[in-house]
Design a protein around this ligand. Sequence first.
Ligand code: HEC
Ligand code: HEC
Length: 472
Amino acid sequence: MAAPVVMILAVTLAASLAACDAGVASASSGPGAAEAAGSSAAALTGVSANPRATAAASSAVSHSAAPTPASAAQVAAHGAGQSRAQVYESVRQMTALGKQLFFDASLSGSGKLACASCHSPEHGFSPANALSVQLGGNDMHRSGMRAAPTLKYLQSVPAFAEHYHESDDEGDESVDAGPTGGLTWDGRVDRGSEQARMPLLSSFEMGSSPAKVTAAVKAAPYANAFRAAFGAHIVDSDDATFNAVLQALGTFEQTPEVFYPYTSKYDAYLAGKATLTQAELHGLQLFNDERKGNCASCHISQRSRDGAPPQFSDFGLIAIGVPRNRALPVNRDPHFYDLGACGPERTDLQGRNEFCGIFRTPTLRNVALKKSFFHNGIYHSLDQVVRFYAERDVHPQKFYPVSHGKVQKFDDLPRRYWANLNTEAPFDRKSGDKPALDEAEIKDVVAFLKTLTDGYQGASATANPATQAAAN
Ligand code: HEC
Ligand code: HEC
């Protein structure tokens, strides 16, 4: 019965940390280690229930005008009776362990698959290869039905809600934004630690079990560190060990400097420290323009009102009619459909027709590092993706199969669910209309998307201080 204790411990630690950091993060300027840990801790304290709180926590890293963490966290901190140093040490230990676990293939049934095999750090924590879906399972020949997403910038994905309302200071609270949030393409789980259970146990991914994971941890080079962090007797229970592993992985995934550093060229541009090329700037305009790409209506490109940097997603679950990927083994069965939120992977909304065909809008940060796009990995270049948006309705034959001279539009969504398809720009056209973007414009949008990759080095010393002041 140690499992709940581990969870509570982690949450309390995190709460203490958040409280310790109240007012500290706003005092200094750069994303220092202390602030980073504080933000990570705040993100762990159950703020998945309140996305804006997490956004505020992350904005504390890069901006000065961040609100202090919730007072509930401070109360918890006083109750915990731990010194600031002890709290930092615990989070540091868990993060270090989580990192080792993330790269450890011995946790898998085959001994060959680590989290990092499908979520490669060099590729924005998305796959290194261009397969539509990754191979796994005990023989490493099994595959699932979905492309592995990036693990970056998940810290402000809100918990899944059927009816999402923005907080009053972020937008209009009375507007129902519809199904929003949750992790994975269909939003079926809310927290990183819970999520990690799925690949570890899935027969077509890591194919492991709590017993195998415990055996691997006991034999790992970090076994002693694991006992030091979670208690000497933790490995006596498979379930407790498994839950501690999930907790450590979840904590690692909240490391700000690794998972949400905000170091792209576009971030530098927003801070007045970089200039976009003509193509990039034009691409940004087309991305934002409601009559052209209208991309920003779902992939938010502007800072929020509290100054938090844009996440390039509103986290809405939306049906955009991505074509069926006939290369996937599951799709050999003509009766099989991956319908996103209404199943079959997700089970709690089965039979709710209004949820069929919808998938969570992904962030576009680091999207240029990806090699397969959309939930079924059907496209392999950004050009193809942007062309799909621009021409889906005006030249459907470019994207969907043609049978007996007739285009089989929306071939991966049975007709009874077509009412769920989004019809706003650029999806407001019909065959024969002018595409939302021409070929040159598609190129510019792609050029802009490439400014969203972290690790931009070119922040120039010649940045205009006036622009910078305006941007801040
Ligand atoms: C065989 C490839 C594979 C492995 C190994 C793997 N994942 Fe994933 N991961 C995926 C796929 C595919 C999805 C999307 C699943 C879905 O939508 O149903 C995903 C989704 C996720 C998400 C949710 C991302 C989002 O956008 O909501 C997280 C977090 C995650 N994985 C973490 C991990 C961790 C931690 C491990 C190791 C314990 C791991 N993954 C191992 C393929 C993999
Ligand atoms: C109505 C909301 C909406 C609009 C408008 C929109 N997107 Fe998306 N975008 C989504 C959703 C939802 C997905 C995932 C769809 C899926 O896989 O089924 C997505 C996926 C993507 C992906 C693939 C990312 C990945 O990790 O696989 C890219 C790239 C992208 N969009 C770029 C754009 C661009 C560029 C525009 C404007 C031309 C745009 N989007 C307009 C909702 C939207």
